[in-house]
Design a protein around this ligand. Structure first.
Ligand code: SF4
Length: 370
């Protein structure tokens, strides 16, 4: 990764002495360990942790914070799986099950957009050509919109359901117009959690194998972590370390996206993670994932206010305007369903940062006045 700018090292007055040796490593650009990460995830000295993470972020990007004018499309909520944490999926015949046709999908897009983000359920009957046709149809109608599509869980499903290798799935999707992959489907890389919450879904090894393949085929991607449910702090960190190792081995991740579990009606835990826990997780991930260009503050899950504060806790990307989001909102996320460009600019400006509009491949489209 390139260093955008030299930044002044802040004077940090620590209340938690356990952070001091970690700060020394951060200043020396030395990789921090699992044990260091645990200290960060447990500290009450949130201000110092934030200053450390903000320094690591500014060393990469200065005061720039990225966002994209995009649209999320969830083509169907009909899914063969029933992950315990998921409020989105429905079965065929359910009252609120839906399937979007091509006309409906194209009607949601606008040639000014720079990204379309496509994820959905694993439909039991759709042929591969229908998924492929969604990508091709968008690409032909809006060649300037970059298409980020299908999580590793979906690629795994396509490969098994249609008896194709993942290379073949990727190369057909690439030919149709897909340029990058979202980071969903990772959940938490823990067999204990997987057995309890999503036993039918791809394993951690398979998720990592699919992203490794994508990166080697020139398809960049993101990586998520679903936190704030039954996972332990150690499992959260182990997840980050596995991602860090893959990024060393086969670079290709743009961003790490911590996704706060939405209690919704699945009620795995009595209450949502607190804003402090969100900030601790974002700051710790900035320090742990030294080889990831960006940490995202996903406003849909953590809300606009916490997302804006997170821009001073190591986050360098606010995701996008989205337009309409069905997955988190099926779980009763309190955020609005979409944000206008002006509101994104205000959130970034309120945090004292410089808004940079990007496309799906992080090409800079416009740098705004701060
Ligand atoms: S999380 Fe994804 S794979 Fe699991 S039930 Fe929901 S839509 Fe289906």
């Amino acid at each position: 990764m390139t260093t955008e700018t030299e930044v002044k090292v802040p004077e940090i007055i620590f209340k938690d002495d356990a952070l001091t040796p970690i700060w020394e490593k951060v200043k020396r650009e030395e990789r921090i360990s699992f044990e260091d990460g645990l200290v960060c995830l447990q500290t009450d000295d949130i201000v110092s942790l934030g200053q450390m993470a903000d320094y690591a972020k500014r060393r990469l990007w200065g005061d720039k914070v990225y966002f994209v004018f995009n649209r999320q499309i969830n083509p169907t909520n009909i899914c063969v799986l029933s992950c315990t944490f998921c409020d989105f999926a429905k079965k065929k015949g359910d009252e609120d099950a839906y399937e979007m046709g091509m006309e409906e999908i194209l009607g949601k897009l606008d040639p000014e957009m720079h990204e379309v983000h496509i994820v959905g359920g694993h439909h039991p009957d759709w042929p591969f050509e229908r998924y492929e046709g969604i990508i091709r149809g968008i690409h032909e109608a809006y060649p300037s919109i970059r298409i980020k599509a299908w999580t590793a869980a979906e690629i795994d499903y396509f490969s098994k359901r249609f008896r194709m290798s993942e290379e073949e799935v990727f190369s057909r999707m690439k030919d149709a117009g897909m340029v990058s992959m979202p980071g969903g489907g990772a959940e938490v890389f823990s067999n204990r959690v997987r057995k309890q919450l999503f036993p039918g879904k791809n394993s951690a090894e398979r998720w990592l194998e699919i992203h490794r393949m994508a990166h080697t085929m020139g398809i960049k991607s993101n990586a998520t972590l679903l936190y704030g449910h039954i996972e332990t702090l150690e499992e959260r960190l182990q997840h980050m370390i596995l991602l860090r190792e893959l990024q060393d081995e086969a670079p290709g991740f743009f961003a790490f996206i911590p996704l706060e579990y939405q209690v919704g009606t699945t009620n795995l835990v009595p209450r949502q993670a607190s804003a402090l826990e969100d900030l601790r997780t974002i700051a710790t991930s900035r320090l742990m994932l030294d080889n990831f260009p960006h940490i995202k503050a996903y406003w849909v899950m953590i809300g606009e206010e916490t997302a804006s504060i997170a821009l001073n806790f190591g986050a360098s990307d606010l995701d996008g305007t989205i337009g309409e989001e069905r997955i988190a909102h099926a779980a009763k996320a309190a955020s609005p369903v979409g944000l206008a460009r002006a509101r994104m600019l205000r959130l970034i400006g309120d945090a004292g940062k410089i808004p940079v509009e990007r496309d799906a491949l992080y090409n800079e489209i416009h740098v705004y006045d701060s």
